[in-house]
Write a protein that binds this ligand. Sequence first.
Ligand SMILES: Nc1ncnc2c1ncn2[C@@H]1O[C@H](COP(=O)(O)OP(=O)(O)O)[C@@H](O)[C@H]1O
Ligand SMILES: [Mg+2]
Ligand SMILES: [Zn+2]
Length: 368
Amino acid sequence: MTATSERYCLHCGMDSQRVRRCGYGGCRPEDGGLPVVADPHGLDPGSILNGKYLVGRVLGHGAFGITYVGVHRDVGLRVAIKEFLPTNIAARSKDQRSVVCRTGVLKADYQVGVESFLNEARTLARLNGAKNVVQVRDFFTENNTAYVVMEFVTGRNVQEWLESVDGPLERDDVLWLADELLQGLAAIHAAGVLHRDIKPTNLMVTPEPSRGLRIIDFGTARSFAGASAAAMTRFVTDGYSAPEQYSRDVQGPGADLYAAAATLITLATGVVPPAVPERMISDSGPTLRAVARRLGQARAEAIGAAWSIDPSARPASAADFRAALNSAIGSETDEGSDRSLVLWLVAGAGIIGLMCVVLLFILLGGSK
Ligand SMILES: Nc1ncnc2c1ncn2[C@@H]1O[C@H](COP(=O)(O)OP(=O)(O)O)[C@@H](O)[C@H]1O
Ligand SMILES: [Mg+2]
Ligand SMILES: [Zn+2]
């Protein structure tokens, strides 16, 4: 079913009667917008979901689902729609709409996945109002799978920000992101949800003047993927996932704190920290010293604690991690102390030089 695509741009979801330029690479909704190529795994652009959501282009597809630009047609509101589609056990059927489980044996797993996807949407919907977490507007089942409708976040993800500066972010930006991220995680954990995949691509930043952070891409699907031996595939992101996610040990909020710490290391140094298997054989010292040079020793220690291999050595909560970072406010960065060391050396050399001149003067004066 396709409809109304002439009013809304399927590329950006903007109303062509109200918006001329959407900002996406010169997209002009009034001229029908940029061409949208159907994704081989996605729903056809122009499809309608739940009788009211127009499906636009694919924003991204991961191991657990596909995210689309969408429009709530009744109100003309742009949204983002996430479809549950765990590629390890399911695929799009030939009708191009429904999602089917690949084998009969995994059907039960698949149903568990759909249920937990909806449960998480329900929990996140209750969390609406937490300023750093993407808002959930609706959720429903259709096409033998489930969908979550979210607010459309304008802006870019933090990975894109990092790439645009081609190096580490400014210290103040890292500290701002840390503060927003840890507030968001505190709200998520208070609702009893774990994110499980905190990393720069899953953090979006809205543009100035109302700069804000939104955590996206939640991961009940990830916990379900580990629920059954049959569906078992390792779902980790090297450099960000905590050791207990590799070993499938019990996971708590500490796994998100580890990933938050790893994210802050990337932002502060411009380099993704070593992944867990690598850390087992290499020294973490150089990474944390690089953080200290950018953010100061006290903050590097707070980040290092959250980045502990041993979950029990990490802060007890996102709030504790945030407090540890904030209590380091005003601490000198190593870069700063390097500078002051140079200043001291120059001053010292100056004083010694002056004393030599005075001494020489006295000696010469005395010898007259
Ligand atoms: N609510 C949203 N508003 C705007 N863009 C979004 C939204 N959710 C996701 N995106 C974009 O789609 C990309 C993929 O979405 P995400 O939920 O991270 O799924 P996955 O990583 O599994 O593909 C994100 O990096 C982001 O650029
Ligand atoms: Mg993602
Ligand atoms: Zn457009």
